[in-house]
Design a protein around this ligand. Structure first.
Ligand code: DX5
Ligand code: ZN
Length: 217
């Protein structure tokens, strides 16, 4: 089983000390930085948005993997690009016809991702596999960090990986929610290439050890 990339979720950081927190996970071996944008509408919580991403951009060279838990994400794509995001992932639940939004993200020169909530069947992603740079499977209901990993997500990962392989597509599968060193091996085994981890990295006494063990390296 090959190792995977780890994307610490900034949602679990101390927001009063963002630059230090980012430096800490960067030094610990983070591969990407996962940014959870929430609008209090698509999900029952608010997090941060464009001005914070702009500030984050100035203090890190890590790729900014931006997860848009917002209604009508198409309205803000240019603003997220201008703020410095590298990848924008939208929910199928907010974009039932995602092809135009995915194309717009690519036209902006960014990577585009598509994601589904735990309650959405994985087959919903199948029509778009050739139009995305990453696919994100949610292993918790989006809105809050620190929730328990839902193992049913692994079935979705396996189904998606085999569909991608059948089509000869090398699109990476990302998983998000409740990932920790205990369940990470199952995720990698199922075919996950990018593991998002908030609490398990920012809450660790030794973030470098947590990242190594989640990544499997
Ligand atoms: C949930 C977010 C996740 C979350 C992960 O809505 O999309 O990225 O912050 O945090 P942990 O790893 O603590 O579940
Ligand atoms: Zn996320």
């Amino acid at each position: 089983m090959s190792s995977a990339l780890v994307a610490p979720s900034l949602l679990a950081a101390d927001f009063a000390r963002l630059a230090d927190e980012i430096a800490r996970v960067e030094a610990a071996g983070a591969d990407l930085l996962h940014l959870d944008v929430m609008d209090g509408h698509f999900v029952p919580n608010l997090s941060f948005g464009i001005p914070v991403i702009e500030s984050v951009r100035k203090v890190t060279r890590l790729k900014l993997d931006t997860h848009l838990m917002i209604s009508e994400p198409g309205r803000y794509l240019q603003a997220f690009k201008d703020a410095g995001a590298d990848a924008l992932t939208v929910h199928l639940e907010t974009c039932p016809e995602p092809a135009p939004v995915l194309a717009q993200i690519r036209d902006l020169g960014l990577e585009c991702g598509l994601t589904i909530n735990p309650g959405t069947p994985v087959e919903g992603l199948f029509p778009y596999l050739g139009q995305v740079d990453l696919l994100l499977i949610m292993s918790v209901q989006p809105g809050f960090g620190g929730q328990r990993f839902q193992p049913a997500a692994l079935e979705k990962v396996r189904a998606l990986r085999s569909r991608l392989d059948q089509q000869g597509l090398r699109v990476p599968i990302e998983i998000d929610g409740g990932v920790n060193p205990q369940n990470a091996p199952d995720c990698r085994q199922a075919g996950v290439g990018i593991l998002v981890a908030g609490s398990a990295v920012f809450g660790a006494a030794d973030p470098a050890a947590a990242i190594r063990s989640i990544a499997g390296r």
